[in-house]
Design a protein. Structure first.
Length: 263
């Protein structure tokens, strides 16, 4: 089975979805079989990868968790980016909320469904999970229980970037222990970095001090092409392969694979 990597931060707007879709796209361009699991009911990863309204998806991760008769392959969307997708949309909230309070699906649903997919011959090399901006709840619990690793995207220019990070890491460890998951932190990924500003420099120093060698060497620079790509529901390397955004996500994907092989 492939490596399962969750991109998690309880804060919104830190670059989780951008990092998931663009890393997935780069990995797919490098001939890997890639699956993205959208666990955020906002459906932003679904929108970019499928290039269509998340509400047009027949089945979402919510159906897959709630309906035992549904096959995982029936929820797979094969996107034009050569990335497979298990979508999410706002209906996912209600479906997940409908799971009985003590149901194992609240913890192990995703892990079991991914194992099922692999046993049915879907050999994804990398499975990237776009987590909702939460610190607890069935969706994030399912992500932690299923994943081998997590990447923590951190906004490089926000003075609040590190606030609550310790709590998040503790929460992940607690879920790991309760679920028997072997999830490990792969690294902190600095996004939206601007080396020219005082805030950019100060926050970068603080992040390096806090995470030390857990900070990915690759930093995702603030780049308007990334924003444009998101606005037009495209991956940045598709919109402009020469942009710094594409360059940075290529470098990050390479470093990610290197780290996985090392730990
Ligand atoms: N490197 C970047 N440069 C410029 N804008 C970015 C960059 N990364 C993300 N953004 C923008 O920041 C916003 C939040 O990013 P997003 O990936 O949706 O965060 P999250 O999934 O954590 O909520 C989006 O509008 C996105 O276009
Ligand atoms: Mg998001």
């Amino acid at each position: 089975m492939g490596r399962i990597i969750a991109f998690a931060n309880y804060k919104g707007g830190v670059g989780k979805t951008t990092s998931v879709v663009n890393t997935a796209h780069v990995l797919a361009m490098n001939n890997n079989q890639v699956l993205v699991v959208d666990l955020d009911p906002q459906g932003n990863a679904t929108l970019t990868l499928s290039r269509s309204n998340p509400f047009e998806q027949e089945y979402t991760i919510g159906n897959l968790l709630a309906d035992k008769d549904l096959l995982p392959r029936d929820c797979l969307v094969h996107t034009s980016y050569q990335v497979d997708l298990i979508p999410a949309n706002l209906n996912t909230y209600a479906l997940v909320a409908s799971l009985p309070a003590n149901s194992a699906k609240r913890i192990f649903g995703l892990r079991n469904r991914i194992a099922e997919l692999a046993s049915q011959g879907w050999n994804h090399d990398y499975i990237l999970i776009d987590c909702p901006p939460q610190i607890e709840g069935a969706l994030i619990t399912n992500a932690i229980a299923a994943a081998d690793y997590y990447v923590l995207p951190i906004e490089g220019e926000s003075v609040y970037a590190l606030q609550g990070v310790g709590h998040l890491m503790q929460a992940i460890e607690a879920i790991r222990d309760d679920s028997g998951s072997s999830i490990r932190m792969l690294g902190a990924l600095v996004t939206m970095h601007d080396a020219r500003t005082t805030a950019g420099k100060t926050v970068m120093q603080a992040i390096n001090r806090y995470f030390q060698d857990m900070v990915f060497k690759t930093v995702i620079r603030r780049n308007t092409t990334i924003n444009k790509a998101n606005l037009s529901n495209r991956c940045v390397c598709d919109l402009d392969p020469k942009s710094s955004g594409c360059e940075d996500y290529r470098a990050f994907a390479a470093e990610l694979i290197q780290r996985i092989d090392r730990v």
